[in-house]
Ligand binder design. Structure first.
Ligand SMILES: [Zn+2]
Ligand SMILES: [Zn+2]
Length: 116
């Protein structure tokens, strides 16, 4: 009986380890894959839409108005479920939007699937 219990305990531990690893692998895959694939798809769509002339290409930041030579504009996605809704932002503004505006949280940032 004692022998059985010890074997059973070891068996249970091995099982728990396997399950933990499985859960961790699942979480890693869950965090990485859907997010990356969604963002890549959205970026491709908006890039194509701009190239095709469906979306206006702006030459000024929609937040601070910076433009001209040396100003790199980013396509910011306020909502990743709406790939054709983009906001043109200069790099500093883009950073500000992601750091400061909670309403843009969850969109256009790394790891929107991360639990909080
Ligand atoms: Zn700006
Ligand atoms: Zn953004």
């Amino acid at each position: 009986m004692r022998q059985w219990r010890r074997q059973n305990l070891e068996h249970a531990r091995a099982k728990a380890r396997r399950q933990n690893r499985k859960r961790r692998d699942y979480l890693v895959a869950y965090r990485r894959t859907p997010d990356r694939r969604l963002k890549q798809a959205v970026r491709n769509t908006s890039y194509w839409a701009v190239e095709a002339g469906l979306l206006p290409r702006k030459d000024r930041c929609e937040r601070c108005g910076a433009g001209g030579k040396g100003v790199r504009l980013n396509r910011h996605h306020p909502d990743y479920t709406d790939p054709l809704r983009i906001v043109w932002l200069c790099t500093p503004c883009h950073g500000d939007v992601h750091r400061k505006a909670p309403e843009s949280d969850g969109a256009c940032r790394v790891g929107p699937m991360d639990p909080r």
